[in-house]
Design a protein. Structure first.
Lengths: 264, 243
């Protein structure tokens, strides 16, 4: 009898495709990372992309951050009041936002706005042969189009998260004042009392990785869009889904690493 | 005659489908070679191989005597400055104005970044050549299909290429605009002494521009000759393009 039982354990086609995709994105990341350090620096394009991708996402991030802080405070307050620990609310909200909720929610918003935007833009450029035209005119599109965008998201997403964290605290302060009067200085003092470097540094490093991934996934999907206008929409959609999933996976890994560091 | 492009036994396949099965092509200086063939037969693949946008599976491509497979990125970029490429839809950069589209290759290739007046002069001259000086500050979205192709052509001409590869320059255009584009191609050839490979199905374009015609069928050169030889041919396949 032929032993074919092992075939049952081989990953089926969709699973294999997922691993192929992960491998392709990893290889693409290496290529792009090499381009980042190559000359010319493409500073004007980097600044233009930082403005387009970062600054233009600011209003959305500010609104989300403010609402996030308010909602978190309103939801947590009754529970803490029951335990007579209302004074712990600012600290608890701040740690939740800085450590986890701020980076993840803002990264997800950036995945929705920025990764899809990059995916659609590069996808459209691929389909209309603009990327080929750029290459033919002696410009390296991987450097000019991709590396600048990836570098911009890597810089801008952490900045957006930091801004959103502060706005969340203002939202939280506003929500606190709905039920009880508390001065801003006291609120901030209570907020930052329990905050340590171990809360801030890993969370900030995590956002740098989120930014890189958002740029890479958006660029990869757009750059490799197949022919036809349909693929532009697919690239944008796929960029959001893949980037969002990657954010959760990286977050899980980051939490594990931070946990290990705190034990040591 | 000086051979500008020489292709020998070029083969290319995509996911198991053989597109080009051994193409031989020569472009001499001052010559216009027209590529004929049904859609999807690999004509665009062939001209993209010439500028290194697509890597062939096998075969030799020599441009200005240099085997493109032996060139590094820098060498390929130097070569590309001498070979212009007009894409099917013009491939005008959507996020830039017409002026910025034309400035882009200059700023990145001619090393005259700081001299704004000089760049302006080159851009104005290129747009004058294609009759689009009025559209200099327009965005591509404000232009018609024909205008976009002309902007694409102006951008191609801005680096003074010796060879121009045209991918269906008149497809999708009305007869008047097509005629204008054909006249432009001839004018450019006369003015700049360029040599061209033109992919087209447009009989007027073939009649006006072709010195030499190649018909691709099933991945090989099915027929090759001058315009008069093709016009007089009794072959059904050839006749179908000229009826």
């Amino acid at each position: 009898m032929n032993d074919t039982s092992h075939r049952d354990f081989l990953p089926n086609q969709p699973v294999r495709e997922i691993f192929n995709e992960i491998g392709a994105i990893a290889a693409f990341s290496v290529l792009v990372s090499k381009q980042i350090f190559k000359r010319p620096a493409e500073l004007p394009e980097f600044l233009r992309q930082s403005y387009t991708l970062g600054y233009k996402a600011l209003p959305l991030v500010l609104i989300t951050g403010f609402i996030l802080g308010m909602v978190l405070t309103i939801q947590m307050r009754p529970l803490l009041v029951d335990f007579g620990a209302e004074s712990e609310l600012p600290g608890l909200v701040t740690i939740s936002i800085v450590r986890e909720i701020g980076p993840v929610i803002i990264a997800l918003i950036c995945a929705g706005k920025i990764a899809s935007g990059i995916g659609a833009e590069l996808g459209s450029m691929r389909v209309t042969e603009q990327i080929d035209a750029m290459e033919v005119s002696g410009t390296n599109p991987m450097k000019f189009l991709v590396a600048t965008r990836v570098l911009s998201t890597t810089f801008m997403v952490p900045l957006l998260v930091i801004v959103a964290d502060f706005i969340s605290l203002i939202g939280s302060y506003t929500a606190m004042n709905i039920h009880s009067k508390i001065s801003l200085s006291l609120y901030l003092s209570l907020s930052f009392d329990d905050l340590t470097f171990l809360d801030v540094i890993p969370a900030t490093i995590k956002t740098v990785v989120f930014g890189f991934i958002i740029g890479i996934v958006g660029s990869y999907k757009g750059y490799h869009a197949e022919r036809g206008t349909e693929s532009v929409g697919f690239a944008a959609n796929s960029a959001v889904v893949t980037a969002s999933l990657a954010i959760f996976v990286i977050d899980l890994l980051a939490v594990q690493i931070t946990d290990l560091i705190s034990i040591l | 005659m000086e051979k500008l492009i020489e292709i020998q036994d070029l083969q290319k396949s995509f996911t198991g489908r053989d597109v080009l099965k051994g193409i031989d092509l020569t472009l001499n200086r001052g010559e216009n070679v027209v590529l004929l063939g049904r859609s999807g037969i690999g004509k665009t693949v062939l001209i993209k191989c010439i500028v290194g946008l697509i890597l062939p599976d096998s075969g030799i491509i020599r441009v200005f005597g240099e085997n493109i497979e032996d060139l590094n990125d820098e060498g390929l970029n130097t070569l590309r400055k001498k070979v212009g490429f007009l894409f099917q839809g013009g491939a005008v950069y959507d996020s830039m104005t017409v002026r910025e589209n034309l400035e882009f290759p200059i700023k990145r290739n001619l090393k005259i970044k700081k001299n704004k007046d000089e760049i302006d002069n080159i851009v104005h001259k290129a747009l004058e050549n294609v009759g689009l000086l009025d559209a200099i500050d327009k965005m591509p979205s404000e232009l018609s299909g024909g205008m976009r192709k002309r902007v694409g052509l102006a951008r191609t001409l801005i680096l003074n290429p010796e060879i121009i590869l045209y991918d269906e320059p008149t497809t999708g255009l009305d007869p008047i605009t097509s005629k204008e584009i054909i006249e432009l191609i001839l004018e450019i050839q006369k003015k700049y002494n360029t040599s061209s490979i033109i992919i087209t199905h447009d009989i007027h374009c073939i009649r006006s521009t072709a010195n030499h015609i190649l018909l691709i069928k099933n991945g090989i050169i099915y027929a090759e000759g001058t315009l008069s030889e093709f016009m007089e041919s009794k072959d059904k396949e050839i006749k179908s393009y000229f009826s």
